[in-house]
Write a protein that binds this ligand. Sequence first.
Ligand SMILES: C[S@@+](CC[C@H](N)C(=O)[O-])C[C@H]1O[C@@H](n2cnc3c(N)ncnc32)[C@H](O)[C@@H]1O
Length: 272
Amino acid sequence: MIKPNVEDNLPEVLNRFRQMRNERKILQTIFDKISEDVNFQGLKLARRVLCVGPGNGEYDLEFIKRCVPKIDTLVAVEYNGNCLKELEKRCVECFNGTVKYRFYNSLFEDWVEDWTGNSSDEKFDVIIGLHVFYEMMPETRLKAFGGIFKKLLKESTGYFLFNSMSVDHLPGMCNIACEFEKHVQFTEDVVNVVALAQDMKSEVEQAGGMVVHSKDFITDVDCRDRHSDILALYRYCYSNVTEEIVEKMMKELVDGFGCFQISLFIAQKMLN
Ligand SMILES: C[S@@+](CC[C@H](N)C(=O)[O-])C[C@H]1O[C@@H](n2cnc3c(N)ncnc32)[C@H](O)[C@@H]1O
């Protein structure tokens, strides 16, 4: 989990960082394929959607627009209040008054523990958690996954969309962040937390779910002339990151591009 004292500018940091990546385009193609996939036609009837850590909602709304055309309720649980404000603006633009919203400014693991809804009507057809679960400590994630499969997701018709991120071999941003370890004092061991999240598929099974679809992809991060953005991003995660350290780290990137290796998953509740 990320430190709250650097939260104020998160919507801006996220926006700028997303602009450096080609991930949105890749996701659009993947989401279009999912919407056409005969195995996921149930999404066309889905109405209740829960977004976990949606940030500004950029990717979550892409998925909803392409794959969940009949949405009528969107619940978001997001730790950053400024992101929730930005999400609200985007929802108004995106849905034009056709969707009911409920936003909770909370840690998901706390929110799910307090959730008491029981009836099938209160459960969710779709739960989206992109770039959020790998930031949790394993025990927190297991609790969160347990809540999703045991409490929140509808039985056979519920879908949970989430992703993991690899920290090996590629000239990835994670590897660069590891390099920072030599230069700065960690406020939080973000990279190591990501490294602990390499087997989310079996964590999902342990929590009562099963992965029914997966897609691996690599997304580029254009770091050319974006030092101030990189600086803002890493200052978000680590203390004491300076212009000079960023400069040095960026030199290690081939052609000024970094990348992330992502695995995207769809899971359902395991049938008894
Ligand atoms: C890396 S951003 C990803 C945002 C968005 N899902 C995306 O893919 O663009 C992680 C988001 O999750 C939120 N977050 C992190 N841990 C959380 C938690 N335990 N509960 C709720 N929100 C959390 C952060 O505030 C941030 O907005």
